[in-house]
Design a protein around this ligand. Sequence first.
Ligand SMILES: [Zn+2]
Length: 108
Amino acid sequence: MPPAPATSPAAPLDPDFYSSRIWRRVRRQVMDEHHWECQVCKARGRLSRATLVHHEIPAKDRPDLALAPYLPTGERQLTPLCHDCHEEIETRRGNRPGPTAPLTEEWW
Ligand SMILES: [Zn+2]
């Protein structure tokens, strides 16, 4: 009988994840690495202080990647963002109620 793995990738996200010591440490490392600058504003030629670290792949979807600054593909997983840019992303994802693009019923 094979031993059960110590940690499973399918394990749900710890409800205390965002207040955990390990997350706070990883978050700080990512912020320091990017000089506490919002990476979306930076790409737009603006300078804004980042207020949070955003998960490109939501932590609740992939708890096993919640602490990985980069994905196995080499793409960034943890990105410092300012409040406005984070709201913009979450709204675009449909995670926030708010102004949405007008629905076009007729596509043809
Ligand atoms: Zn920003």
